[in-house]
Ligand binder design. Structure first.
Ligand code: DGL
Length: 292
C-alpha cells in the first residue's frame, strides 16, 4: 500500500472485501468535479465489475483546476458527504485536483475509507521509471500544489511538473484527435521534456488529470518514443482492487453493476457528455442541488 494512503481499519477492510466477493455487494462512491472522473469509473468497471457504483459530478461548479484549495475542499467535502448519505461504503476521489488539494480534509470529513488518485499514480510511475525521473502533467491547481512531486520525491524519484490547462477544455469540446490539440500537446510536452532543466532523461509521463486518458493516443504519438505513459485512472482502479482483495473476473461471469449518477448541473447534459467519457450509456442521472 502507498505510504500516505490511509489504511483501512481491519473491520472495514474485511467487510468491504467480503462484500466485493459475495452477494451482499459493496457500493463504491466515485467523486469528480464533472464528467472527467468517468475515465476512473471506466477503469474501475473494467477491473471491479462485481460492486455497485455511485458517481457524483459537480458539474455546476467545475472547473476545480483553476480554484483555490479552500474552495475545492469545501465543494469536495459536501459532495462526498452526499455520496456517503446515499450508501457509499468506500470513496474514490477521481478528481486529481480535489485529491491534490483536499484529500486530508475529505478523509477527515468521511466516515468511510477514501482513496485518491495521486498516491496510486505516483506509485505506478515510480515503479515504471528506470531512471527515477518522471514528468507529471495536470491542471494548474494540481501542479501548483506539488502533491505529485511530494508523493514521487518520497519514492526517490525526481519530478518535473507541467500545468496543461488547455487540455481540459479541448477534451470537453470533443477535440481529442483535433490538429489544434495535437499542436498544443507538442508545445506542452516539448516544454515539459526540455533539456535545459537537465530532466531530458525522464522516462515516464504521468497523466495527472481525469481528462487526459481521452487524449492518451495523441499524447503517445507526440511524446518521445521511449516514454512510458502512466494513467492515474488505471493505477487507482488497481489500488482499489488491491484494497478490496478482488480477483480478476472470469469473462462471461460478470454481474452487471448498478450505476447511479448525480450531477449538480443539468442531468441531460451529463447524460450526453458522460456517455462520451465513459464509453457506455449513462442513463440513471439525478440532478442534485448542494447548498453552497
Ligand atoms: N477533474 C479535474 C482533475 O482531474 C479536471 C477538471 C477540472 O478542472 O475540474 O484535475
Amino acid at each position: 500500500m502507498a505510504a500516505s494512503q490511509k489504511p483501512l481499519s481491519p473491520r472495514s477492510k474485511n467487510d468491504l472485501a467480503k462484500n466485493a466477493r459475495s452477494t451482499s455487494r459493496a457500493t463504491i462512491g466515485v467523486f469528480d468535479s464533472g464528467v472527467g472522473g468517468l475515465t476512473v469509473l471506466r477503469a474501475l468497471l473494467d477491473r471491479i465489475p462485481n460492486v455497485d457504483y455511485l458517481y457524483f459530478g459537480d458539474t455546476a461548479r467545475l472547473p476545480y483546476g483553476s480554484k483555490s484549495a479552500a474552495t475545492v475542499a469545501h465543494y469536495a467535502v459536501g459532495a462526498v458527504q452526499y455520496l456517503q448519505a446515499q450508501g457509499a461504503d468506500l470513496l474514490v476521489i477521481a478528481c486529481n485536483t480535489a485529491t491534490a488539494l483536499a484529500l486530508d480534509e475529505i478523509k477527515a470529513a468521511a466516515g468511510v475509507p477514501v482513496i485518491g488518485v495521486v498516491e496510486p499514480g505516483a506509485e505506478a510511475a515510480a515503479a515504471a521509471s528506470r531512471n527515477h525521473k518522471v514528468v507529471v502533467i495536470g491542471t494548474e491547481a494540481t501542479i501548483s500544489s506539488h502533491a505529485y512531486r511530494r508523493a514521487l520525491e518520497g519514492r526517490k524519484v525526481t519530478v518535473r511538473e507541467k500545468a496543461c490547462p488547455l487540455f481540459v477544455p479541448l477534451v470537453e469540446e470533443g477535440w481529442a484527435e483535433h490538429p489544434v490539440t495535437e499542436q498544443v500537446a507538442k508545445i506542452y510536452l516539448s516544454e515539459a521534456f526540455a533539456d535545459d532543466a537537465g530532466d531530458s532523461d525522464a522516462d515516464v509521463l504521468v497523466l495527472g488529470c481525469t481528462h487526459y486518458p481521452l487524449i492518451k493516443p495523441l499524447l503517445r504519438r507526440v511524446a518521445p518514443e521511449h516514454i512510458a505513459i502512466v494513467d492515474s485512472a488505471e493505477s487507482t482502479a488497481q489500488a482499489v482492487a488491491r484494497q478490496l482483495h478482488v480477483e480478476p473476473v472470469e469473462s462471461g461471469r460478470r454481474d452487471l453493476p448498478a450505476l447511479k449518477f448525480f450531477a449538480t448541473d443539468s442531468a441531460e447534459k451529463f447524460r450526453t457528455m458522460g456517455t462520451r467519457f465513459l464509453g457506455l450509456p449513462v442513463r440513471d442521472v439525478l440532478h442534485v442541488d448542494l447548498k453552497e
